[in-house]
Design a protein around this ligand. Structure first.
Ligand code: ADP
Ligand code: ASP
Ligand code: MG
Length: 402
């Protein structure tokens, strides 16, 4: 007997027919003699609809109340799925995040899971029940509801799998695996049979929405066997696992992130401690910084340009302008119509020429690069947002369709 965690995303539970389909998948797994814990997302566009509803009443609602609202989406799904499974005659119980023992830190709207106290789940499994847990939510030390950030149900599933020592964690979604690029953007993208945790973590962090990046981070840390599969076809999916000794792929995928903004702080003093001042100020406000570029100093002045998540753009503008005197800069400009396009591959470091190939693809497509950043397993470029689809296709063509 195996213990399997199965997570179903929003499209997979979007309506009655799809919930019945999920009930079939779950109960076949159970009938085959396995213990099953199911994690569900909110149905279809429910989370977006809730956000829009909130905005009609208040353009700055508290994060606490937003979390109370958004967590309701997953609770609708869990109850409906439980009813569909009951109808098929199987023992089942649904649990909210807090009933399931998912404890988080206090950061509403992007809380991190601190601990899963899985006693309740275990006791329900011992009673031979299928256990359904609401994804994307937990409880903090003030006994308040928190949510884990958009796409966070994947992380709920992996956290539960890790804490139960599950044999497998399956992420059921609307594509049948991880592809070399988003198949919606690149129709001839190829499905990967397997991908390493490190590569998947980079792809997810760089914009491949198919897995929440923190779920991959956690799967790696606790060595959770992870698999991305389709809830609509029976095709084999993609395994996410530790790298094998086999020859690493030069490039395993292309990712795009349109949700970034470029901040340029013009004419800062060219002296020690300036970068420290700027970035410690932003760190205090919990702003994640990505690509950083510093200009060559001229006449005792220099400029620093960096990227941030787009939803922080307004706040960062305010923070910097409020500290204009202390930081002693001339101007700050923020551009939200940029996109980051990246290639990821564990074999990149030992294969010179990969960067040149990427830049050649962009040059041939007439796309201007604004910033570049590299690491052992990725190369990212910042370009105009309007060029991003063309860029992904051109780069994909270069590496995968030669
Ligand atoms: P769910 O609601 O099931 O969590 P998501 O919408 O979060 O599903 O993620 C699945 C989507 O991720 C796919 O529909 C696909 O368009 C997108 N995606 C982006 N990059 C990739 C990739 N490299 N491989 C597969 N899917 C990708
Ligand atoms: N419902 C949440 C969202 O739309 C969480 C999830 O689907 O993973 O982001
Ligand atoms: Mg998702």
């Amino acid at each position: 007997m195996s213990l399997i965690v199965q997570k179903f995303g929003g499209t997979s539970v979007a309506n009655t027919g799809r919930l019945q389909n999920v009930a079939d998948i779950v109960t076949s797994t159970y009938k085959a003699g396995n213990q099953v814990v199911v994690v569900v997302s909110a149905q279809g566009d429910t989370t977006d609809d809730f956000i829009a509803k909130a905005a009609e009443l208040n353009d700055r609602p508290s994060k606490r109340e937003m979390d109370v609202l958004l967590s309701a989406g997953e609770q609708i799904s869990m109850a409906l799925l439980a009813m569909a499974i009951q109808k098929l005659g199987f023992p089942v119980i649904s649990l909210t995040g807090w009933q399931a023992g998912i404890e988080t830190d206090i950061n509403y709207s992007e809380a991190r899971i601190r601990k899963v106290t899985a006693e309740r789940i275990r006791s329900e499994l011992d009673r031979n029940r299928i256990v359904i847990v609401a994804g994307f939510q937990g409880i903090n030390k003030q006994d308040d509801i928190t949510t884990l950030g958009r796409g966070g149900s994947d992380t709920t599933a992996v956290a539960i799998a890790a804490s139960l020592g599950a044999d497998l964690c399956q992420i059921y979604t609307d594509v049948d695996g991880v592809y070399t690029a988003d198949p919606r953007l690149v129709p001839d993208a190829r499905k990967l049979e397997a991908i390493t945790y490190d590569e998947m973590l980079e792809l997810a962090t760089l914009g491949a929405q198919v897995l929440h990046n923190r779920s991959v981070e956690m799967a790696k840390k606790y060595n959770v066997d992870l698999e991305v599969v389709s809830s609509f076809t029976r095709n084999p999916g993609t395994k996410v696992k530790e790298g094998s000794d086999m020859e690493k792929m030069n490039v395993s995928g292309v990712a795009r992130d349109n949700n970034c903004a470029r901040v340029a702080i013009i004419n800062l003093p060219d002296e020690p401690g300036v970068a420290f001042k700027v970035f410690s100020l932003l760190a205090k406000h919990k702003v994640n910084i990505d690509i950083i570029l510093q200009s060559v100093g001229q006449k005792g002045r220099k400029s620093i340009t960096f990227t941030i998540p787009e939803d922080k753009a307004e706040e960062v503008g305010k923070i910097l302008n409020a500290n204009k005197e202390g930081l002693d800069f001339e101007d700050v400009s923020i551009n939200t119509t940029v996109a980051k396009v990246s290639i990821v591959g564990a074999g990149m470091a030992s294969n010179p020429g990969v960067a040149a190939m990427m830049f050649e693809a962009l040059a041939s497509a007439g796309i201007n690069i604004r910033m570049i950043s590299t690491s052992e397993i990725k190369i990212s470029v910042l370009i105009n947002e309007e060029d991003s689809e063309k860029a992904v296709r051109a780069i994909h063509q270069k590496f995968f369709n030669m």
